[in-house]
Design a protein. Structure first.
Length: 96
């Protein structure tokens, strides 16, 4: 059994910056009609939003918008990614 651990040298000092990995709160979630609203972002014109189904197929790719509509998609679980190449936000959408 290990009682304590002491780190003598930080091996990852050379990593200057890791990209953000956060979640944006889409609402309503779950949605009955497939309409979702997303919050404002700083410099949002540089961001894109992608939505994927559970098979990994991309069903939406567009510049970032505050409102997306998945009305033509069947009920189920979807995954979204919002990125500008440096920052990444991701999460899940549920359509009932």
């Amino acid at each position: 059994m290990i009682d304590s651990i002491k780190i003598e040298h930080e091996a990852f000092e050379s990593i200057s910056k890791l990209s953000k990995l956060q979640s944006l709160k889409a609402f309503p979630n779950p949605s009955y009609d497939g309409a979702y609203s997303f919050p404002a972002l700083e410099e949002e014109k540089s961001f894109n939003i992608e939505v994927y189904n559970t098979l990994g197929q991309r069903i939406l790719h567009t510049p970032y918008m505050h409102y997306i509509l998945l009305a033509r998609c069947p009920a189920g679980l979807y995954f979204y990614r919002v990125t500008n190449g440096a920052d990444l936000y991701q999460g899940q959408l549920i359509k009932e």
